[in-house]
Design a protein around this ligand. Structure first.
Ligand SMILES: [Zn+2]
Length: 248
């Protein structure tokens, strides 16, 4: 039996399919990651084509027929097309990096409300210009690590379990374990070397104190996402294939 389902989601990818159609990858609120065929959207008459571009937040209806391998989109509309993001090169890079990461971490047919909410919050804030772009990216990455079970920092050293306060004591950042205390740092062979100022800034993210950044901090923020990325890459191989990283 064919069911007709309605969902909301972010368009992650599009690919040509047959003569006039496209295969669209969407991360949906209820259905998780979905690959759906959008019939006839490569014809000039198609009105849905613009809705099904990567990054858009859309509401859509699709047919779900269990006996068919690929399902069809019946209709789709914009919830948000993030026009501010699309008019700013730096925002575009960050937004594409985010959707490529979501494509890696989202599972087909498996809802992930935490992930859905953090994408919605990050892209909406990026579009509204309320917080600096890199601050949003770093906050997203830290949250993504947490949701995916690769914890960067829990408030204690994961090796000796001593409790830590990153503002008061030295810490070491590693590819394997994330943050470890300075005595355990020597044991790890995966240290990522960071400058003092970078460490201080990273600490403010990890301790959840990101309300006061100076102008010079803003410039330094551009470098903080790199060690977090290094950490994620160490744990998730597919991240090495991300295309939008070359844009940075
Ligand atoms: Zn330790």
């Amino acid at each position: 039996m064919t069911r007709i389902l309605k969902d909301r989601g972010f368009v992650l990818k599009k690919k040509k399919f047959r003569e006039t159609s496209r295969l669209i990858t969407i991360f949906a609120e209820n259905a998780g990651k979905l690959n759906l065929i959008a019939k006839g959207v490569r014809t000039p008459k198609s009105k849905t084509s613009a809705v099904l571009e990567p990054l858009n937040f859309i509401e859509f209806v699709y047919y779900d027929k269990p006996t068919r391998e690929l399902q069809y989109i019946s209709s789709a509309d914009f919830i948000d097309d993030f026009s501010v993001i699309k008019s700013d090169l730096e925002k575009i890079r960050i937004a594409y990096l985010i959707i490529e990461l979501v494509n890696i971490f989202a599972r087909e047919g498996q809802a992930n409300l935490d992930l859905f909410n953090i994408i919605q919050l990050t892209l909406t804030s990026l579009d509204q210009n309320l917080i600096s772009d890199y601050q949003l990216l770093i906050t997203f990455l830290i949250k993504l690590c947490e949701i995916s079970g690769y914890t960067l920092y829990t408030g204690e050293c994961p090796i000796c379990h001593k409790s830590l306060n990153l503002f008061q004591e030295e810490y070491v950042f590693t590819r394997n374990y994330g943050v470890v205390c300075s005595s355990c740092g020597g044991v790890s062979n995966s240290i990522i070397n960071l400058g003092i100022e970078t460490k201080k800034l990273l600490a403010s993210f990890l301790e959840g104190m990101t309300d006061k950044f100076s102008e010079s901090d803003e410039l330094r923020l551009k470098h903080i996402y790199l060690p977090i990325f290094d950490f994620l890459q160490h744990h998730v191989d597919e991240i090495k294939k991300i295309k939008s990283l070359e844009l940075f």
